[in-house]
Write a protein that binds this ligand. Structure first.
Ligand code: MAN
Ligand code: CA
Length: 184
């Protein structure tokens, strides 16, 4: 092998190495571009689907507030019948998980069922999605199972006050609020 041939061989090797590295680099970039495009397309479809759902519900009189739509009943019913009505509408009784959402419920100035019950275990208040009650807005002295009554359902009785919830017998009639959340 003379000097010239040795030089060419190592030059060829380097060229091949460069081609491999550049190709892999381009493949990586292509992969990243594809990933981002697919994610953007998916997110776009997801947003369109949500907007359509919000549109459908609000056209039927539901109110939009902070990523959820709400149905405010105009008649009164028992807690279970109210819940069944919400389920039939593709929603459930409202789950209140912020002060803002609580304030929103007080605006309607009517005593309304919320998705809160301790039917399963007396004293253990759970939301209709099975989660335990954390932040609560009970009126002073509530929940009290008043005079030994079986008060296992939550409603917004004292809506003129900041803390407005009361526990009351589930068979009582109240207005109700359904919620369908759009947050994923
Ligand atoms: C009524 C019911 C009870 C409630 C008391 C408060 O009797 O709504 O659930 O605790 O009022 O005075
Ligand atoms: Ca009570």
């Amino acid at each position: 092998m003379d000097g010239r041939a040795g030089f060419d061989a190592s030059n060829n090797k380097r060229n091949l190495y460069t081609v491999v590295v550049v190709t892999l680099g381009l493949l990586c970039i292509l992969q990243a571009v594809l990933n981002i495009s697919l994610r953007l397309a998916f997110d776009g479809d997801e947003s369109k689907r949500k907007l359509n759902t919000i549109d459908d519900y609000t056209h039927q009189g539901w109110l939009y507030f902070n990523q959820s739509v709400y149905y405010i009943s105009s008649v009164e019913n028992s807690w279970q019948d109210s819940r069944d009505d919400c389920l039939q509408r593709g929603a459930d009784l409202i789950i209140v998980n912020s002060k803002e959402e609580h304030e929103f419920t007080r605006l309607f100035r009517q005593s309304s069922w919320i998705g809160l019950t301790d039917t399963e275990t007396e004293g253990t208040w759970k939301w209709v999605d099975g989660t335990l009650l954390r932040q609560s807005f009970w009126f002073a002295g509530e929940p009290n199972s008043y005079q030994g009554k079986n008060e296992d359902c939550g409603h917004t009785k004292f809506f003129a006050h900041e803390n407005s919830w009361n526990d009351v017998e589930c068979a009582k009639n109240n207005f109700w609020i359904c919620e369908k959340t759009m947050a994923s």
